[in-house]
Structures are given as structure tokens and as C-alpha cells.
Design a protein around this ligand. Structure first.
Ligand code: CP
Length: 307
């Protein structure tokens, strides 16, 4: 039995297979419409979500399976003090696979140790968000045609943004990538990330002004400031609108630069950018369904069902 805790749990060769499957699902959805007949996905979300939970549920329904779950800790027995370990033992009796989001870093790993079914980390605190990373990689692969040979800017909350940490760890396995980290001093990418890049001689630059680096970027990954991870409201209010990507800043970028964002967005991308053909964040959310369909099939070791 296999779980997904980190984007590094799959080799790059396995990711190629996963993305090939996701592309096939995108092109031939009918072929997969019954692949999960009789299977149940549990979504156990101890923290709010729109995209991750609903795209997992949409993925399972599109595969012909069924869903159960809870959308917040308050409506589960966690509110009575039940541990994650006990909860997953129970969920193992009810479902065939579980996607779990939790505010505590490592909680899905604790669950995986006790689980009798595959567990997918759907985001744990400020740590990792591997299925967002799979979504990001599939989007880049599909829209750019490659997973290497580019300069990527990551902008915003690089300290608390778990999608950023997971994406960097995944991208260092590909060739010829330069990272540009764009953040205020207080929200710099953690040292363990820059140490990783140094240890592998991967080029990176840290800057504060987005405008200065826009012309060199092939990809711009915007993030929101993670309000829920701040210890005081005053710091959040001071930093929340530090970056606002607008049409003037987009005018400085390459004609084929793509803007990605894991979403939700707050103010960091002006709505006027949505009409720019380089804005890829809504397409990215759609790719999230295909890659989660491919992931469910892979972890359950299922093939498309014959009609
Ligand atoms: N990108 C993402 O994780 O969005 P949700 O928090 O809405 O799931």
C-alpha cells in the first residue's frame, strides 16, 4: 500500500507516468468514467479548503466512485478530542482511500502510519502540499511543454507558503532551472530551502522588488500572504498587500510568461490580469482535477474499466 505525503514520494519517472495518465484522462474522460466503481474516497479536512477538497471529490465522482468526509474539524469527533490515529483507523473501515488536510505539520504522516488504506496529504500546516505540486507540475508540463530549462519567480509569502516549499523541492530534480525568490524580508524562503539549492549548485536570487525581475521570468508563481499562519494581526495587515500584480507589471514580462497561483487569491493579483492570456491560474485549477484522478487510480492500482 502506498501513500502520498511529499511530492518526492514519486520518482521523476513515476511522475512522467502520472502526468501521461492525467493527460489521457483529460483527452478521453469517458474511458475512465467507471474506473472507480464501488470505491469510496474519504475527504478528512481539519482546515478550510475549496479547491483541494472539491477537486478530490470531483475527481472521484468523475471516476465513477463515491465520496464521504468532513469539511472542518468542528463537525468531526476531533472536536471531542479524538486523535488523528484513531480517526484514520475508523475511516479505514468506511473508505478505500483518504485525502487529509490538517493544520498540524506531520498529521497526515501520523495517520498514514496507522492507516489500512492509502492516505494522501492534502496540505499539512506550513509544511507540504504535494497534490498542489502535482497540479503545478502538470500545468507547467502541459502549457510550457517541459519541466526544466526555465527561470521561475516565486512571489509573496515564501515563509509560510507550503505550496512554494513543495514546488521548489519537486523542481530541483529537473535540469536548468533558476529560482528567483521575491518577498519582503519577513517572508523570505526558509534557510533549509536555500541550503538545499546551495548544496545542489542550483542558481537562485532573492529580491524584494517584483518589477526588477519581471523581464527575466518564464514563470511567475504568485502566492497570498498566509493570514492563518501569522502570530499577530498587525504584521499580517502590514504585509498582506506588499505585492499586487497588475497590467502595468505584466507589461514588463515576456510575451509567453505564465502566471500561476495555487489560489485562493486575495489582493495579490488584480482581476484585470485574469483577461491576460498569460494568466494560467484558472486552467491550473482544472488540471488539479485530472492529476487527482490520475493519483487516485495510481494509489488504488486501478485501470480504466471496460464498458
Ligand atoms: N490551492 C489550495 O490548496 O486551495 P484550497 O485551500 O482552496 O484547497
Amino acid at each position: 500500500m502506498r501513500h502520498l505525503m511529499s511530492p518526492l514520494d514519486f520518482s521523476t519517472e513515476e511522475l512522467d507516468l502520472l502526468f501521461g495518465l492525467a493527460e489521457d484522462i483529460r483527452k478521453n474522460p469517458a474511458k475512465y468514467a467507471h474506473a472507480c466503481h464501488g470505491k469510496i474516497l474519504a475527504t478528512c479536512f481539519y482546515e478550510p479548503s475549496t479547491r483541494t477538497r472539491l477537486s478530490f471529490e470531483s475527481a472521484m465522482i468523475r471516476l465513477g466512485g463515491q465520496i464521504i468526509g468532513f469539511a472542518d474539524a468542528a463537525s468531526s469527533s476531533a472536536s471531542k478530542g479524538e486523535s488523528v490515529s484513531d480517526t484514520i483507523r475508523i475511516i479505514s473501515c468506511y473508505a478505500d482511500i483518504c485525502a487529509m488536510r490538517h493544520p498540524k505539520e506531520g498529521a497526515p504522516m501520523v495517520a498514514a502510519e496507522k492507516s489500512l488504506i492509502p492516505v494522501i496529504n492534502a496540505g499539512d500546516g506550513g509544511h507540504q502540499h504535494p497534490t498542489q505540486t502535482l497540479t503545478d507540475l502538470l500545468t507547467i508540463h502541459s502549457l510550457k511543454g517541459r519541466l526544466g530549462g526555465f527561470t521561475i519567480g516565486l512571489c509573496g509569502d515564501l515563509k509560510f507558503g507550503r505550496t512554494v516549499h513543495s514546488l521548489i523541492k519537486a523542481l530541483v530534480r529537473y535540469h536548468d532551472i533558476k529560482f528567483v525568490f521575491i518577498s519582503p524580508e519577513e517572508l523570505r524562503v526558509p534557510d533549509y530551502i536555500t541550503d538545499l539549492l546551495k548544496s545542489r549548485n542550483i542558481p537562485y536570487e532573492e529580491v524584494i522588488r517584483l518589477e526588477r525581475v519581471m523581464p527575466q521570468l518564464d514563470l511567475l508563481y504568485m502566492t497570498r500572504v498566509q493570514k492563518e499562519r501569522f502570530f499577530n494581526e498587525e504584521d499580517y495587515v502590514r504585509l498582506k498587500d506588499f505585492y499586487i500584480l497588475n497590467a502595468d507589471k505584466m507589461a514588463l514580462a515576456k510575451k509567453d510568461m505564465l502566471v500561476l497561483h495555487p489560489l485562493p487569491r486575495v489582493n495579490e493579483i488584480s482581476v484585470e490580469v485574469d483577461e491576460d492570456p498569460r494568466a494560467a491560474y484558472f486552467r491550473q485549477a482544472q488540471y488539479g482535477v485530472y492529476v487527482r484522478m490520475a493519483l487516485i487510480l495510481t494509489l488504488l492500482e486501478l485501470e480504466p474499466a471496460c464498458e
